[in-house]
Write a protein that binds this ligand. Sequence first.
Ligand code: SD4
Length: 337
Amino acid sequence: MNRRKFIKNASLTGVGLSVSSSALSCANSTESKPEQDETKTAMIIDKTKFPKAICTWGFVSANAKAGEELAKGTKALDAAIAGVAVEEENIKNTTVGKGGAPDREGNVTLDACVMDSNGDCGAVLYVENITNVAALAKKVMEDTPHVILAGNGAEEFAYSQGFKKEKLLTEASEKAWEKWKESPEYKPIINIENHDTIGMLCIDKDGDIAGACTTSGLSYKMKGRVGDSPIIGSGLFIDNEVGGAVATGMGEEVLKTVGSFLIVELMRNGMSPQKACEEAIGRIVSKNDRYKDFQIAYIAMNKAGDIGSYCIHKGFTYMKYENATNENVKVDFFNKA
Ligand code: SD4
């Protein structure tokens, strides 16, 4: 198919066309430039489908907050940060923000990262006493020449930016930790019952994509342990020409396969968000049988606003906010045994 025919086939009134950046530049180029890669599928962008917010798990209020912000015209990154802040401040959520489960020694340490549609990103690791760590990650991105700040340095930076010091260990989390200490078996496993990190992807009215991921990580983890959630490419990755992906679950396994980056790259090469999530889970489960003991789930959205999600075990759901409707979506899973 020649370039002109390709564009004609893919164009609709009021609807844009997007493929990869190389194909996009080809679509805008003169006849003398090389033909676009015909192995890539044209993506139809219909801006009437925007904005949209999706997030891991059944975080109704957090996703609604992001969706409402997007509807008001808030840009994708700020909407995602406002959305995840709802869970960071929710003391009943024991795996995100204030109220998060502590490490083995009773210290609550938080991890978060954000990535914007222009490719900028920021992350904070192992932060104590600060609730809104996704917002702090954005500050690292905007107000330092760095991408990551960790530990005390991140905390001190937070105070310099006006964040307030808060005790993150709530009475309930402390009680649960005291109970765990009665028979403190170190089982660094994240399964279906004990995790609900929030990862969120937003596409705004302009069609720009950004995301945030925030967690207290593994409950009763080893002091100093950091998972995938604040690691750009593992817990979250965005490429505004392609789409974004975010992970929840056993961070060590997501890190080993750089899961979110992998999904975005697969989408860049023409895979749907659904197929890309399935392939990323496939990379994990094909390595060995240990997957039977842990859960991992991905959600992804491409530039057209198409959504995909897949996980290892039954039980994962995500939220989708579109056209003022906030919906909880059940996700297909690998382990049907
Ligand atoms: C971690 N991926 O620290 C996080 C935990 C998680 O839902 O997602 N829990 O490994």
